[in-house]
Design a protein around this ligand. Structure first.
Ligand SMILES: Nc1ncnc2c1ncn2[C@@H]1O[C@H](COP(=O)(O)OP(=O)(O)O)[C@@H](O)[C@H]1O
Ligand SMILES: [Mg+2]
Length: 468
């Protein structure tokens, strides 16, 4: 409860409640002042009318006429008897249904209040009355009054009603405020609980959504998306460290062992030189593996997103092919290009070159003789497709997913140099660019197909260009 009082949500609810109560109370006060004296005012009007009537009698028929009128009115059978009293200058009764001049208290000019004590049907009756006093010629006084019991009752009734209305308002406001606060707090509590359990180390925890799509749901969805991303980054990091631990330890131990053995044997300059150059080659390979792992991790984490720009994939493909031309020539392979220009994509020039180079490298490396073909074309939905096809041994269909795993190499490839990371990088790069990579049968050989979305702004103008 104490915690509830200290929350912002509660303070807000309390503020709203106070405003709500203040406006309802103002309304109630207004109602009070415009209704509470309603009966009293009516009484005043009735008395006023009586006096006007009697004044007329007095003016037309003099004192005797007035006395007659009073007597007839006082004796007339009426539901609520009006009180009349005509008195002489010494306030002695001349006519009327009051026994003697009462003890009055003036309330406003011409109006007095007093207490009436009567015996009705043998019972003493006491009540308050409101009266107007009119002074006639010769200091005679005429008092006309009426019972105030109804007015008092009515006022009391109004006061009571408004009092309960005010109480009800406050109670409803309080309950509403608490309910609102509780609701808001519950949602925030859910976010807090999840954060707490994430801090404890369970990164797989997610904030529950209510499905209402309100601000809290949006907050929760954003938090969850953020957690997803953090989890993915963490997984990537973990994989790199695992890879380093498992796959780099072996070559490093081998390297160390060789150096140790060389050192233990009889010193010999040629053997030392051989061992050193072998060590350098192995260190280079290790560095290559390191770099490849880092590139993959970077691409997977999207860490190089700021290097994304609109690039011409046809140009990139051509310059990579230029680099590999000598390799093909040396191996007696024919490297054929079929490149459509322009082929704009939004991407990272360095990573895209790396990906195409890896595909070409594989094709040239695993193909003993024949042809390697590099194609860049547009598909029917405007995407850019890069294909590297060879007529080497190919990859069996059941391994075409496996070869994308880090360090995976087919059995018969183990004798060729390589680290088994080339295709992993290609896949990471394709994914980073919102594209895909798959391997197909080239019958014989392998066809690697990489599909990339076309650059956004040019994609729209592409149909125009084909039409023109
Ligand atoms: N064009 C290809 N022809 C035959 N096998 C291939 C081809 N490309 C890739 N592979 C197979 O897929 C494996 C993984 O390729 P990659 O990730 O580039 O690693 P690496 O080339 O270092 O061995 C290779 O070891 C090879 O067995
Ligand atoms: Mg390779």
């Amino acid at each position: 409860m104490y915690r509830l009082l200290r929350t912002n949500a509660f303070r807000l609810a309390a503020l709203y409640m106070a405003l709500f109560a203040a406006s309802v109370l103002t309304l109630l006060v207004f109602i009070y002042f415009s209704t509470a004296d309603f009966v009293e005012r009516q009484t005043e009007e009735t008395v006023g009318a009586e006096i006007t009537g009697l004044q007329e009698q007095y003016r037309e028929h003099g004192l005797l006429g007035l006395i007659e009128a009073i007597n007839s009115r006082a004796s007339a059978e009426r539901g609520e008897p009006t009180l009349y009293l005509l008195a002489d200058p010494r306030l002695k009764r001349i006519a009327g249904n009051l026994a003697n001049w009462p003890q009055t208290t003036a309330i406003k000019s011409g109006w007095v209040r007093f207490t009436v004590e009567l015996t009705r049907a043998g019972q003493p009756v006491t009540y308050d009355a409101l009266a107007s006093v009119f002074v006639l010629n010769g200091d005679y006084r005429l008092l006309v009054g009426r019972d105030l019991r109804d007015a008092v009752t009515f006022r009391a009734r109004v006061e009571q009603t408004l009092f309960f209305a005010a109480l009800l308002t406050l109670a409803l406001g309080l309950i509403g405020g608490l309910f609102m606060t509780r609701n808001v707090l519950r949602r925030i509590e859910a976010v807090n609980r999840t954060s707490a359990s994430i801090i404890q180390g369970d990164l797989s925890e997610r904030v529950p959504l209510t499905g209402s799509g309100d601000e809290f749901d949006q907050l929760a969805a954003n938090l969850n998306a953020m957690l997803d991303r953090i989890e993915r980054l963490m997984a990537g990091m973990r994989q790199v460290t695992d890879n380093i631990a498992h796959d780099l330890r072996t070559p490093l131990s081998r390297l160390r062992a060789r150096l140790e053995v060389t050192l233990l044997e009889r010193p010999d300059a040629t053997r030392y030189a051989d061992a050193l150059s072998e060590t350098i080659a192995e260190a280079d390979q290790l560095l290559g593996t390191f770099n490849a792992l880092l590139s993959i991790a970077e691409a997977e984490a999207g860490a190089r997103r700021e290097h994304m720009a609109e690039v011409e994939l046809d140009e990139i493909a051509r310059s990579v092919a230029d680099l590999y031309e000598p390799v093909a020539e040396e191996k007696g392979l024919k490297l054929t290009l079929d490149i459509a220009s322009p082929a704009p994509v939004r991407g990272d020039r360095h990573l895209l070159s790396q990906a195409i180079a890896n595909l070409l490298d594989n094709a040239l490396k695993y193909t003993p003789e024949g042809e390697v073909r590099l194609t860049v074309r547009h598909d029917d939905v405007g995407r850019v497709v890069v294909e590297v096809a060879d007529n080497g041994p190919g990859v069996p269909a059941d391994h075409r997913e496996h070869v994308f795993d880090r360090f995976f190499r087919l059995e018969n490839s183990r004798s060729t140099p390589g680290n088994g990371l080339g295709l992993s990088l290609v896949r990471a790069v394709a994914k980073l660019h919102g594209g895909e990579i798959r391997l197909e049968d080239n019958g014989p050989g392998l066809k690697a197909v990489m599909i990339l979305p076309a650059a956004p702004q040019r994609a729209a103008s592409l149909p125009n260009r084909t039409a023109a």
